[in-house]
Design a protein around this ligand. Structure first.
Ligand code: XMP
Length: 321
Protein backbone atom coordinates (compact mmCIF):
# COMPACT_ATOMS: atom_id res chain seq x y z
CA UNK A 1 0.00 0.00 0.00
CA UNK A 2 1.07 3.56 -0.76
CA UNK A 3 2.04 5.59 2.26
CA UNK A 4 4.50 8.50 2.40
CA UNK A 5 6.46 6.62 5.06
CA UNK A 6 6.87 3.55 2.82
CA UNK A 7 8.04 5.63 -0.12
CA UNK A 8 10.44 7.56 2.09
CA UNK A 9 12.02 4.50 3.67
CA UNK A 10 12.27 2.70 0.31
CA UNK A 11 13.84 5.74 -1.32
CA UNK A 12 16.27 6.34 1.56
CA UNK A 13 17.46 2.75 1.36
CA UNK A 14 17.81 2.94 -2.42
CA UNK A 15 19.62 6.31 -2.35
CA UNK A 16 22.04 5.11 0.34
CA UNK A 17 22.94 1.97 -1.51
CA UNK A 18 23.41 3.82 -4.82
CA UNK A 19 25.29 6.83 -3.48
CA UNK A 20 27.46 5.14 -0.86
CA UNK A 21 29.96 7.68 0.44
CA UNK A 22 30.03 9.81 -2.72
CA UNK A 23 29.04 13.48 -2.85
CA UNK A 24 25.70 14.61 -4.31
CA UNK A 25 24.47 17.93 -5.63
CA UNK A 26 20.96 19.20 -6.17
CA UNK A 27 19.58 22.28 -7.86
CA UNK A 28 16.83 23.96 -5.86
CA UNK A 29 14.27 25.93 -7.86
CA UNK A 30 12.23 27.31 -4.99
CA UNK A 31 9.47 24.84 -5.77
CA UNK A 32 8.12 21.90 -3.84
CA UNK A 33 9.53 19.20 -6.14
CA UNK A 34 13.22 19.99 -5.82
CA UNK A 35 12.71 20.89 -2.14
CA UNK A 36 11.20 17.47 -1.38
CA UNK A 37 13.73 15.60 -3.53
CA UNK A 38 16.62 17.35 -1.76
CA UNK A 39 15.13 16.80 1.72
CA UNK A 40 14.74 13.11 0.92
CA UNK A 41 18.33 12.79 -0.25
CA UNK A 42 19.49 14.82 2.76
CA UNK A 43 17.80 12.32 5.06
CA UNK A 44 19.55 9.53 3.22
CA UNK A 45 23.10 10.89 2.98
CA UNK A 46 23.22 14.03 5.18
CA UNK A 47 26.03 16.47 4.40
CA UNK A 48 27.22 14.50 1.40
CA UNK A 49 24.53 16.64 -0.28
CA UNK A 50 25.16 20.22 -1.38
CA UNK A 51 22.28 22.22 -2.87
CA UNK A 52 22.70 24.94 -5.46
CA UNK A 53 20.09 27.66 -5.90
CA UNK A 54 20.36 29.69 -9.11
CA UNK A 55 18.44 32.93 -8.65
CA UNK A 56 17.61 33.83 -12.26
CA UNK A 57 15.78 37.00 -11.31
CA UNK A 58 12.48 35.60 -12.66
CA UNK A 59 11.02 34.49 -9.34
CA UNK A 60 8.00 35.92 -7.58
CA UNK A 61 8.17 38.24 -4.58
CA UNK A 62 9.68 36.54 -1.52
CA UNK A 63 10.61 33.26 -3.18
CA UNK A 64 14.40 33.57 -3.12
CA UNK A 65 14.23 34.47 0.57
CA UNK A 66 12.04 31.45 1.25
CA UNK A 67 14.73 29.14 -0.11
CA UNK A 68 17.71 30.97 1.41
CA UNK A 69 16.18 31.32 4.87
CA UNK A 70 13.14 29.17 5.66
CA UNK A 71 14.17 26.04 3.82
CA UNK A 72 17.71 26.05 5.11
CA UNK A 73 16.43 26.69 8.64
CA UNK A 74 13.99 23.76 8.37
CA UNK A 75 16.38 21.24 6.87
CA UNK A 76 19.94 22.26 7.76
CA UNK A 77 20.90 21.58 4.15
CA UNK A 78 24.19 23.02 2.80
CA UNK A 79 23.24 25.67 0.23
CA UNK A 80 25.20 27.59 -2.40
CA UNK A 81 23.31 30.58 -3.83
CA UNK A 82 24.20 32.04 -7.24
CA UNK A 83 22.73 35.45 -8.09
CA UNK A 84 22.51 35.31 -11.89
CA UNK A 85 19.73 37.84 -12.57
CA UNK A 86 21.89 40.16 -14.69
CA UNK A 87 23.04 37.31 -16.85
CA UNK A 88 19.55 35.92 -17.48
CA UNK A 89 17.98 39.31 -18.14
CA UNK A 90 20.84 40.19 -20.48
CA UNK A 91 20.33 37.00 -22.46
CA UNK A 92 16.56 37.56 -22.60
CA UNK A 93 16.68 41.20 -23.68
CA UNK A 94 14.31 41.85 -26.57
CA UNK A 95 13.21 38.21 -26.91
CA UNK A 96 9.47 37.71 -27.39
CA UNK A 97 9.12 34.17 -28.78
CA UNK A 98 8.00 31.73 -26.05
CA UNK A 99 10.14 28.78 -27.12
CA UNK A 100 13.09 31.09 -27.62
CA UNK A 101 12.68 32.36 -24.05
CA UNK A 102 12.52 28.81 -22.74
CA UNK A 103 15.60 27.77 -24.71
CA UNK A 104 17.62 30.76 -23.52
CA UNK A 105 16.63 30.22 -19.90
CA UNK A 106 17.33 26.49 -20.15
CA UNK A 107 20.73 27.14 -21.72
CA UNK A 108 21.76 29.83 -19.23
CA UNK A 109 20.49 27.73 -16.37
CA UNK A 110 22.64 24.82 -17.40
CA UNK A 111 25.71 27.04 -17.82
CA UNK A 112 25.32 28.71 -14.45
CA UNK A 113 24.44 25.50 -12.72
CA UNK A 114 27.32 23.71 -14.39
CA UNK A 115 29.81 26.34 -13.20
CA UNK A 116 28.44 26.08 -9.67
CA UNK A 117 28.50 22.29 -9.86
CA UNK A 118 32.14 22.35 -10.93
CA UNK A 119 32.99 24.48 -7.92
CA UNK A 120 31.17 22.12 -5.60
CA UNK A 121 32.68 19.11 -7.37
CA UNK A 122 36.20 20.53 -7.09
CA UNK A 123 35.90 20.26 -3.33
CA UNK A 124 34.86 16.61 -3.30
CA UNK A 125 33.91 13.48 -5.09
CA UNK A 126 30.58 14.46 -6.69
CA UNK A 127 29.04 11.75 -8.80
CA UNK A 128 25.33 12.25 -8.37
CA UNK A 129 22.84 14.91 -9.31
CA UNK A 130 19.38 15.05 -7.72
CA UNK A 131 16.43 16.19 -9.80
CA UNK A 132 12.86 16.72 -8.65
CA UNK A 133 11.40 15.27 -11.83
CA UNK A 134 7.76 14.15 -11.41
CA UNK A 135 5.82 11.67 -13.44
CA UNK A 136 3.90 14.34 -15.43
CA UNK A 137 7.24 16.01 -16.36
CA UNK A 138 8.46 12.71 -17.75
CA UNK A 139 5.28 12.20 -19.76
CA UNK A 140 4.93 15.77 -21.09
CA UNK A 141 8.56 15.84 -22.22
CA UNK A 142 8.11 12.61 -24.09
CA UNK A 143 10.47 10.83 -21.70
CA UNK A 144 8.09 8.09 -20.73
CA UNK A 145 5.93 7.52 -23.76
CA UNK A 146 7.63 8.93 -26.82
CA UNK A 147 4.98 11.64 -27.19
CA UNK A 148 6.03 14.94 -28.73
CA UNK A 149 7.22 17.89 -26.68
CA UNK A 150 4.40 20.30 -25.94
CA UNK A 151 6.65 22.88 -24.37
CA UNK A 152 10.32 22.32 -23.67
CA UNK A 153 10.55 21.61 -19.96
CA UNK A 154 14.12 22.49 -19.20
CA UNK A 155 14.38 20.32 -16.12
CA UNK A 156 14.21 17.08 -18.09
CA UNK A 157 16.87 15.75 -20.36
CA UNK A 158 18.96 18.88 -20.81
CA UNK A 159 22.14 17.93 -18.98
CA UNK A 160 25.58 18.59 -20.42
CA UNK A 161 27.32 15.45 -21.63
CA UNK A 162 30.71 16.19 -20.10
CA UNK A 163 29.34 16.55 -16.59
CA UNK A 164 29.25 12.90 -15.83
CA UNK A 165 26.70 12.82 -13.05
CA UNK A 166 24.36 9.96 -12.47
CA UNK A 167 20.83 11.17 -11.93
CA UNK A 168 18.97 10.59 -8.70
CA UNK A 169 15.27 11.19 -9.34
CA UNK A 170 13.39 9.94 -6.31
CA UNK A 171 10.05 11.50 -7.38
CA UNK A 172 10.00 10.19 -10.95
CA UNK A 173 6.97 7.96 -10.44
CA UNK A 174 4.97 10.39 -8.30
CA UNK A 175 2.26 12.97 -8.81
CA UNK A 176 2.25 16.35 -7.12
CA UNK A 177 -0.22 15.47 -4.37
CA UNK A 178 1.94 12.48 -3.43
CA UNK A 179 5.05 14.67 -3.36
CA UNK A 180 3.27 17.05 -0.98
CA UNK A 181 2.46 14.17 1.36
CA UNK A 182 6.12 13.22 1.29
CA UNK A 183 7.13 16.80 2.06
CA UNK A 184 4.84 16.94 5.10
CA UNK A 185 6.13 13.58 6.32
CA UNK A 186 9.69 14.90 5.90
CA UNK A 187 8.88 17.89 8.13
CA UNK A 188 9.15 20.65 5.54
CA UNK A 189 7.41 23.97 6.30
CA UNK A 190 3.74 23.93 5.27
CA UNK A 191 4.14 27.13 3.27
CA UNK A 192 6.66 25.35 1.10
CA UNK A 193 4.78 22.06 0.83
CA UNK A 194 1.57 23.77 -0.26
CA UNK A 195 3.27 26.23 -2.54
CA UNK A 196 1.60 26.27 -5.92
CA UNK A 197 3.59 24.82 -8.85
CA UNK A 198 5.72 27.42 -10.58
CA UNK A 199 7.45 26.89 -13.93
CA UNK A 200 11.24 26.71 -14.20
CA UNK A 201 11.38 29.65 -16.66
CA UNK A 202 9.52 31.68 -14.06
CA UNK A 203 7.88 35.01 -14.73
CA UNK A 204 9.58 35.23 -18.14
CA UNK A 205 6.82 33.08 -19.62
CA UNK A 206 4.13 35.12 -17.85
CA UNK A 207 5.17 38.33 -19.55
CA UNK A 208 3.72 38.27 -23.05
CA UNK A 209 6.33 40.30 -24.85
CA UNK A 210 9.95 41.05 -24.03
CA UNK A 211 11.16 40.65 -20.45
CA UNK A 212 12.81 43.46 -18.55
CA UNK A 213 13.19 44.56 -14.94
CA UNK A 214 10.39 47.09 -15.03
CA UNK A 215 7.90 44.58 -16.45
CA UNK A 216 9.03 41.98 -13.94
CA UNK A 217 8.42 44.45 -11.12
CA UNK A 218 4.90 45.18 -12.42
CA UNK A 219 4.07 41.50 -12.68
CA UNK A 220 5.58 40.73 -9.26
CA UNK A 221 3.41 43.40 -7.66
CA UNK A 222 0.23 42.14 -9.35
CA UNK A 223 1.07 38.52 -8.61
CA UNK A 224 1.70 39.26 -4.94
CA UNK A 225 -1.72 40.92 -4.62
CA UNK A 226 -3.45 37.91 -6.21
CA UNK A 227 -1.62 35.53 -3.87
CA UNK A 228 -2.35 37.66 -0.80
CA UNK A 229 -6.06 37.85 -1.55
CA UNK A 230 -6.32 34.15 -2.34
CA UNK A 231 -4.65 33.31 0.97
CA UNK A 232 -6.77 35.84 2.87
CA UNK A 233 -9.89 34.14 1.45
CA UNK A 234 -8.62 30.77 2.66
CA UNK A 235 -8.62 29.37 -0.88
CA UNK A 236 -4.97 28.39 -1.42
CA UNK A 237 -5.71 24.69 -1.41
CA UNK A 238 -8.80 24.98 -3.60
CA UNK A 239 -6.67 26.18 -6.46
CA UNK A 240 -3.96 24.16 -8.18
CA UNK A 241 -2.10 27.17 -9.48
CA UNK A 242 -2.81 30.86 -10.02
CA UNK A 243 -0.66 32.37 -12.74
CA UNK A 244 -0.95 36.11 -13.25
CA UNK A 245 0.07 37.13 -16.74
CA UNK A 246 1.18 40.56 -17.94
CA UNK A 247 0.18 41.47 -21.50
CA UNK A 248 3.14 43.75 -21.82
CA UNK A 249 2.69 44.66 -25.47
CA UNK A 250 -1.03 45.37 -25.17
CA UNK A 251 -2.38 48.71 -24.01
CA UNK A 252 -5.93 49.78 -23.47
CA UNK A 253 -7.61 53.02 -22.60
CA UNK A 254 -9.02 53.52 -19.14
CA UNK A 255 -9.99 56.24 -16.74
CA UNK A 256 -8.09 56.41 -13.49
CA UNK A 257 -8.22 59.25 -10.98
CA UNK A 258 -9.12 62.34 -12.94
CA UNK A 259 -7.65 61.38 -16.23
CA UNK A 260 -7.32 59.01 -19.12
CA UNK A 261 -4.96 56.10 -18.69
CA UNK A 262 -3.32 53.98 -21.32
CA UNK A 263 -1.93 50.97 -19.48
CA UNK A 264 -1.40 47.23 -19.65
CA UNK A 265 -3.85 44.43 -18.82
CA UNK A 266 -3.05 41.56 -16.51
CA UNK A 267 -4.76 38.20 -16.84
CA UNK A 268 -5.82 36.14 -13.82
CA UNK A 269 -5.42 32.45 -14.62
CA UNK A 270 -6.53 30.45 -11.55
CA UNK A 271 -6.90 26.77 -12.42
CA UNK A 272 -8.09 23.58 -10.75
CA UNK A 273 -6.24 20.39 -11.54
CA UNK A 274 -4.89 17.26 -9.94
CA UNK A 275 -1.77 16.79 -12.06
CA UNK A 276 -1.50 19.70 -14.55
CA UNK A 277 -2.12 17.34 -17.47
CA UNK A 278 -5.64 18.66 -17.70
CA UNK A 279 -7.10 21.65 -15.89
CA UNK A 280 -10.24 23.68 -15.56
CA UNK A 281 -10.52 27.38 -14.79
CA UNK A 282 -11.29 27.87 -11.11
CA UNK A 283 -14.68 29.25 -10.22
CA UNK A 284 -13.30 31.66 -7.64
CA UNK A 285 -15.88 33.68 -5.72
CA UNK A 286 -16.60 36.95 -7.52
CA UNK A 287 -15.89 39.00 -4.41
CA UNK A 288 -12.34 37.59 -4.28
CA UNK A 289 -11.80 38.37 -7.95
CA UNK A 290 -13.25 41.84 -7.37
CA UNK A 291 -10.83 42.54 -4.52
CA UNK A 292 -7.88 41.40 -6.57
CA UNK A 293 -8.96 43.54 -9.50
CA UNK A 294 -9.51 46.65 -7.39
CA UNK A 295 -6.22 46.30 -5.59
CA UNK A 296 -4.18 45.64 -8.73
CA UNK A 297 -5.59 48.63 -10.61
CA UNK A 298 -5.20 50.86 -7.52
CA UNK A 299 -1.77 49.70 -6.43
CA UNK A 300 0.08 48.75 -9.59
CA UNK A 301 0.76 51.82 -11.69
CA UNK A 302 0.59 51.05 -15.42
CA UNK A 303 -1.96 48.27 -15.01
CA UNK A 304 -5.44 49.60 -15.77
CA UNK A 305 -7.36 46.45 -16.62
CA UNK A 306 -7.73 42.98 -15.07
CA UNK A 307 -9.22 40.10 -17.07
CA UNK A 308 -10.11 36.53 -16.13
CA UNK A 309 -9.04 33.55 -18.26
CA UNK A 310 -11.96 31.10 -18.56
CA UNK A 311 -10.25 28.49 -20.74
CA UNK A 312 -9.79 24.89 -19.68
CA UNK A 313 -6.77 22.72 -20.57
CA UNK A 314 -7.12 21.48 -23.25
CA UNK A 315 -7.46 23.52 -25.40
CA UNK A 316 -5.53 26.11 -23.40
CA UNK A 317 -2.36 25.31 -21.51
CA UNK A 318 -2.04 26.52 -17.93
CA UNK A 319 0.75 28.97 -18.74
CA UNK A 320 0.30 31.45 -21.57
CA UNK A 321 3.66 30.60 -23.12
P1 XMP B 1 1.22 23.96 -19.19
O1 XMP B 1 1.40 25.44 -19.40
O2 XMP B 1 1.99 23.13 -20.19
O3 XMP B 1 1.91 23.66 -17.78
O4 XMP B 1 -0.22 23.55 -19.07
C1 XMP B 1 1.75 22.45 -17.08
C2 XMP B 1 2.45 22.61 -15.76
O5 XMP B 1 3.86 22.69 -15.93
C3 XMP B 1 4.36 23.91 -15.45
N1 XMP B 1 5.40 24.31 -16.38
C4 XMP B 1 6.71 24.10 -16.19
N2 XMP B 1 7.38 23.57 -15.14
N3 XMP B 1 9.43 23.94 -16.28
C5 XMP B 1 8.75 23.52 -15.19
O6 XMP B 1 9.38 23.06 -14.24
C6 XMP B 1 8.84 24.47 -17.36
O7 XMP B 1 9.48 24.85 -18.33
C7 XMP B 1 7.39 24.56 -17.30
N4 XMP B 1 6.46 25.01 -18.17
C8 XMP B 1 5.24 24.85 -17.59
C9 XMP B 1 3.17 24.84 -15.40
O8 XMP B 1 3.35 25.89 -14.45
C10 XMP B 1 2.07 23.87 -15.01
O9 XMP B 1 2.11 23.59 -13.64
Amino acid sequence: TWTPENIISDQIAEIRSRVGDKEVICGLSGGVDSAVAAALVHQAVGDQLTCVFVDHGLLRAGEAEQVEKDYVAATGIKLKVVDAADRFLGALAGVTDPEQKRKIIGREFIRVFEAAAREVAASGDVEFLVQGTLYPDVVESGGGTGTANIKSHHNVGGLPEDLKFSLVEPLRTLFKDEVRQLGLALGLPEAMVWRHPFPGPGLAIRIIGAVDRQRLDLLRAADLIAREELTAAGLDRDVWQFPVVLLADVRSVGVQGDGRSYGHPVVLRPVSSSDAMTADWSRLPYDVIARISTRITNEVAEVNRVVLDVTSKPPGTIEWE
